[in-house]
Design a protein around this ligand. Structure first.
Ligand code: SF4
Ligand code: SF4
Length: 97
């Protein structure tokens, strides 16, 4: 499992055992917060997150999870994902500057 280093002072995102190392999360992360390292995503500590949830919703393996934070329970492990039918991972990646 890889974990976000920092988002608002907490470890917020992680990838679980289902990660295949496909790199889609890095590709759709417009803030460049996610970098693939040893075939796993690592959320970079000092990079600002846009909180767009593209990494969560476009991971084909539904591997990206949101961790519980104080007073906020995450439900990504039991819930599904939603991505816009007209915005593919390639469309989003194409918006990278
Ligand atoms: S998109 Fe999902 S399966 Fe692919 S590298 Fe990222 S976390 Fe792993
Ligand atoms: S929520 Fe968006 S900006 Fe933040 S790490 Fe995921 S894809 Fe990147």
């Amino acid at each position: 499992m890889t974990v976000s280093e920092y988002t608002g002072g907490v470890n917020y995102f992680c990838s679980d055992f289902k990660c295949t190392g496909c790199g889609t999360c890095e590709k759709v992360c417009l803030s460049d917060k996610i970098k693939m390292m040893d075939n796993k995503p690592v959320w970079q500590k000092d990079v600002f997150c846009y909180m767009c949830y593209a990494c969560v919703n476009l991971c084909p393996a539904q591997s990206v999870q949101i961790n519980d934070i104080p007073f906020v329970k995450s439900h990504t492990r039991e819930n599904g994902r939603y991505s816009h039918p007209y915005a593919t991972a390639n469309d989003i990646a194409g918006e990278k500057k």
